[in-house]
Ligand binder design. Structure first.
Ligand SMILES: *Cc1c(COP(=O)(O)O)cnc(C)c1O
Length: 357
């Protein structure tokens, strides 16, 4: 068996052609391709306004800034996530407040959110981890009760939905990532989705030096623009997204029906999981199981080995027991849409060997 990578981008003839078309056009920086990508992406988020940027992290950061979050504010975030979720909050000058997750879904626990609300709380930044939507109905109730904004970190959840309502449409803003390992890619890239026009306008200004009209800078801004070739790739990838997600779900279904001795991912009824990661829980000797798989050239990863609030960048003195347990027990298996059934069967067999010792 050849080595089985955990994630790799699927780039085809159409993407290559699109990049060459852009290179030949001579227009490389943010222009008509970016605009078209934003309009096409808007269709998967119920027509909400979309602003393309150079990464998912930039998308989170600009989403927060455009909602006027900054110094003096607290933003509630999960600690079981990629550091960018909390970094984006800290970069605005606001304080990330870390709360625990639900053990079953790995997503932020609404009960813990409510306990963490103070008079300084301004927003909740939820993550739809691994591609499973967070409990948005309960989170929206809390946000209404305490008058809080909601930002969705949808970096891992393109196309996920709750009873047909897509992630990215529950909050005041949402951020998607197009990093090469995500369900669709532009190389590097991100998309912000907004519920209201004022925030959209502010994000467009902040993305481009604070100007809409050239050399009429209205506010102090960044350069976080997406390139035309990134957008051209994204437009093609977007067309393939739902087919890829379906194949990820089929692969997940196969694993969940065949894996033994491990806890397979929970799916809340009515929630559509798009399996950015297929993450199992192994109660004992997780690291040995990982080594066993790797020895067979099956790549598998621990997302995430460290609680974000315990990273040297945050060093918070608090305990989040469910988050801690998850860091010790999770293991993500290859779930790419281009896995063969031979590879899937092989992974099931090796994992069974690894766990029955
Ligand atoms: C990938 C990711 C990000 C950041 O996206 P980049 O495009 O890599 O900047 C943020 N949050 C989560 C949960 C992610 O998985």
């Amino acid at each position: 068996m050849k080595p089985i990578p955990l994630a790799k981008p699927i780039i085809g003839r159409q993407e290559r052609k699109a990049v060459i078309r852009v290179l030949k056009s001579g227009n490389l920086a943010q222009g008509t391709e970016v605009k078209a990508f934003e309009e096409e992406f808007s269709k998967v988020v119920e027509g909400r306004d979309c602003v393309a940027v150079n990464s998912g992290t930039s998308a989170l950061h600009l989403a927060l800034l455009s909602l006027n979050i900054g110094p003096g504010h607290e933003v509630i975030v999960p600690s079981f996530t990629f550091a960018a979720t909390a970094n984006s909050v800290a970069l605005t000058g606001a304080k990330p407040i870390f709360v625990d997750i639900e053990p079953l879904t790995f997503n932020i626990d609404p009960i813990e959110i409510e306990k963490a609300v103070t008079k300084n709380t301004r927003a909740i930044q939820v993550v739809h981890l691994y591609g499973l939507p967070a409990n948005m109905p309960d989170i929206i109730k809390i946000a209404k009760k305490y008058n809080l904004l909601i930002i969705e970190d949808a970096a891992q959840a393109h196309g996920a939905n709750i009873q047909g309502k897509p992630v990215g449409t529950f909050g005041d803003a949402a951020a998607f990532s197009f990093y090469p390992t995500k369900n669709m890619t532009t190389g590097e890239g991100g998309m912000i989705v907004f519920a209201d026009e004022i925030a959209t306008k502010k994000a467009r200004l902040l993305r481009n030096q604070g100007m809409e009209k050239r050399y009429t800078n209205e506010i102090v801004g960044f350069n976080l623009r997406m390139t035309e070739f990134q957008a051209a790739i994204g437009r093609i990838q977007l067309k393939k997204l739902s087919t890829w997600n379906k194949t990820r779900q089929e692969n997940a279904y196969f694993y969940s029906n065949n894996l033994q001795n491990v806890l397979t991912p929970h799916i809340t009824p009515g929630y559509e999981h798009v399996f950015h990661q297929y993450t199992i829980r192994i109660k004992k000797e997780r690291d040995q199981v990982q080594d066993f798989l790797r020895a067979q050239k099956i790549s598998c990863e621990v997302y995430y080995p460290t609680q974000v609030h315990k990273l040297p960048s945050f060093e918070c003195d608090m305990e989040l027991p469910q988050t801690l347990a998850a860091t010790k027990e999770v293991l993500s298996l290859p779930i790419r849409p281009d896995l063969s059934s031979r590879e899937l069967n092989f992974i099931v067999r090796i994992l069974e060997e690894a766990t029955k010792r």
